[in-house]
Design a protein around this ligand. Structure first.
Ligand code: RP5
Length: 164
């Protein structure tokens, strides 16, 4: 994309979420979308989370991808404090395999939306692809890149062979 100022923020509750959230970073990199990746914890650094949400708009972020596990309050609490759309990624937790994360993120009260993706790697990847699709509404070069990505993906599946 035409400048290096991040338009997508990728945040997560802990460094332990990076194994999952790096899938979002990799997709954004692949599409050349300028983004930043940071650890911002709703519980351990609530003031940092508040500042991040309050300044997101003025810093030029158009989308925030927020991943968290367990009592996954980060996406919802960020969404409560900014108008920037938040895409939530439930990280697979050690105790409950991410079902806790999923329910914490998806069950937002009416009025404060947080988009919610699949648990784990597929969710992180799809959140980034969704961000690309949102940005592509106003960026023709990104729209073309997304169309090409889908085409290649379809061709791969069409050419795949079963190991019979
Ligand atoms: C959440 O608690 C994080 O998003 C992470 O998924 C989970 C566990 O964090 P660590 O104890 O591994 O730092 O806040």
């Amino acid at each position: 994309m035409d400048n290096d100022k991040p338009c997508v923020g990728v945040i997560m509750g802990s460094t332990s979420d990076w194994d999952t959230m790096k899938a979002a970073h990799e997709v954004l990199d692949e599409f050349g979308v300028a983004h930043e990746c940071k650890v911002v914890s709703a519980h351990r650094t609530p003031d940092v989370m508040r500042d991040y949400a309050h300044t997101a708009d003025q810093r030029g972020l158009e989308i925030i991808i927020a991943g968290a596990g367990g009592a996954a309050h980060l996406p919802g609490m960020v969404a409560a404090q900014t108008l920037v759309p938040v895409l939530g990624v439930p990280v697979k937790s050690r105790a409950l395999n991410g079902l806790d994360s999923l329910l914490s993120i998806v069950q937002m009260p009416g009025g404060v939306p947080t988009a919610t993706f699949a648990i784990g790697n597929a969710g992180a990847r799809n959140a980034a692809l969704f961000a690309v699709a949102m940005l592509a509404n106003t960026r023709p070069e990104l729209r073309n890149a997304l169309a090409e990505f889908r085409q290649k993906q379809a061709e791969k599946v069409e050419n795949d062979e079963l190991p019979l």
